[in-house]
Design a protein. Sequence first.
Length: 537
Amino acid sequence: MTQLKVAAYCRVSTKKEEQEKSLENQQKYFTEIIGTTPSWQFHAIYSDEESGTSTKKRKGFLQMMADARAHSFDLILTKEISRFARNVQDSIKYTEELKRLGIEVRFLTDSINSFDPDHELRFNLMSSIYQDESRRTSQRVRWGHQRQMENGVVFGASVYGYHLKGGKLTINEKEAQVIRLIFNLYLEDGMGAHKIAKALENKGILSPTGSFAWKSATILRMLKNEKYMGMLKQKKQITIDYKTHQRKTNNGEEEFIVIENSHEAIIPPETWQALQQEIASRRTKIINKTNHSNRYWLSGKIQCEDCKSTYKRKKISRGRYQYIVWVCAKASKEGKEKVNDAGLAVGCNSKTIHERLLQDAFTATLRTVITDASNIADVSNNADKANNHSKADKAGNHNKIKITDIVASIKSILHEVLSNTDDNTMETNRIESEIRRNENRISRLVELFLDGGIDRNRYNTQRDSLVRQTTVLYNDLSSYVKIKDEAEPIADKLESISTIVESILAFNDFSEELAKALVHKIIVKDRKQITCCFHTT
């Protein structure tokens, strides 16, 4: 008689003593039942003691699946669906894979055999029930945590500067002294986070991780932590999926729980508030400084060909007259090229450049680009170089029209893309509504079957039909969403290209806005040799 190689899988949710006893009992039970069945041959018992509704971290489960794919056994015994996978998607996915591998799964408590013809219906119903139970449990746990937070119980890891015990914060005086020092260095001595980190390292003070190295990000988090002024602000992180336990930063999706004077403060509230204002003030100064450095059309874009330094803008006043020049930074700082007392070559012989010369260089370059583009638009006009002046003018006008046609084509394509996007949005909304209707129909059908309103054959027929329709709708929805996602950036780029091309075509006099958008770099050799480079993309 051929014996089936039989494995078992069992899991407990926590490592509490009673759960460990349960796991031991399950293992004992499976060993006995396999050993006392003549047609079975014991293979192995796979087990996990990890908490959670996902299979990703369950080493025993994953090892069992790896052995199944190697065809190491023929049958898996498990207590119930909730012990196998409390997630419907996981349950279906792994059971179906095992079935394709020719491996049977028996859920003893639920009386389900994956090889039975009606196992899918019963399996879906039981999995849904267990998953709903998991969802309700998650809601109860969250409700309990919410009430505890409102009563001032602290959740999460310990905070540097405090001891956390029994949900209460008490000051750790040794660490609190470091916190006070950090706040003082920032607010009183004007240090930034980077300098504070270095100061702490120089003093040999250990970081929260026990390292002598401090990070600027750690300092900033401390400076912004409201716990140091005695305030408790919780629910900064929220769980967005009870099945995967995925968490994210709470950006207002859920209301924060804030308690004033929750615990003893390390930093007086007025000092903490003053420091937050200082952080905001410094950030504003940095932003303004950045904007200031790039507010002119040539800021940071002019380079001296000789010394590779950038040019600085300078306003010159001559009585009532004012004009702008640009000066090589090295020449301005060190003077003309020479050898200093240390024997080093310093300075630069570059001369001051009037901004008008730089504008002329941009204008000349742009006109060349427009001319080249016109010639590309109608290659046939290059065939005869010997045409007279009137013919050249006529050809030039013809070329101009060609580029205008290109702009018109771009706008036409843009209009078509936007129209298709609008149509896709309408169709997407229609498909989503139809999917919701089908899902509601399936739910009502399940209720009707459970209440005895229809028999199993009729239930299966109607359910299979709705599932097929919904699958087709999901496939259609995926296609429309993909088209929309691809069309939007194309439309943005087309609109941008159209605007730039129109600006170039309308070009007559110098435009600072257009120059700022097009110029990548200007290289200055001298006042007569100025090279203007445009962005290539």
